[in-house]
Design a protein. Structure first.
Length: 118
């Protein structure tokens, strides 16, 4: 996924993002939570936003979040995101420097999360 994101960023003249383990943990936990509680939204059933979840884990500088559900491969989800104006804007935001990715594979999914940082 990181390579796919950086390919798109390169085409747009953006510097590559680097993998961030804290953002990856945040993204994975959110993908797992969406699967476990069977929801699909940036705001979880408890009303917590991506920035709330980041703050609770001591992560500052969260820039944006992309989520997707149902695409079987990283390429398929990237194709979907690149055809969505909001998701595409996150991927091609040249101000973002880091990325964490989470994916939960299971019935009803997969659930994908990208968390971008400054």
């Amino acid at each position: 996924m990181l390579a796919l994101v950086n390919q798109e960023r390169s085409k747009a003249g953006c510097s590559p993002v680097t993998a961030d383990p804290e953002l990856a943990s945040l993204a994975q936990r959110f993908s797992d939570d969406m699967a476990r509680r069977n929801f699909f939204d940036h705001t979880d059933p408890d009303g917590h936003t991506p920035w709330d979840r980041a703050e609770a884990r001591g992560i500052s500088g969260l820039g944006g979040e992309n989520i997707a559900r149902g695409q079987a491969t990283a390429q398929a989800v990237m194709d979907t995101w690149m055809h969505s104006p909001g998701h595409r804007a996150n991927i091609l935001n040249c101000e973002y420097k880091t990325l964490g990715v989470g994916a939960h594979f299971g019935p009803g999914g997969p659930w994908w999360t990208q968390d971008f940082g400054f």
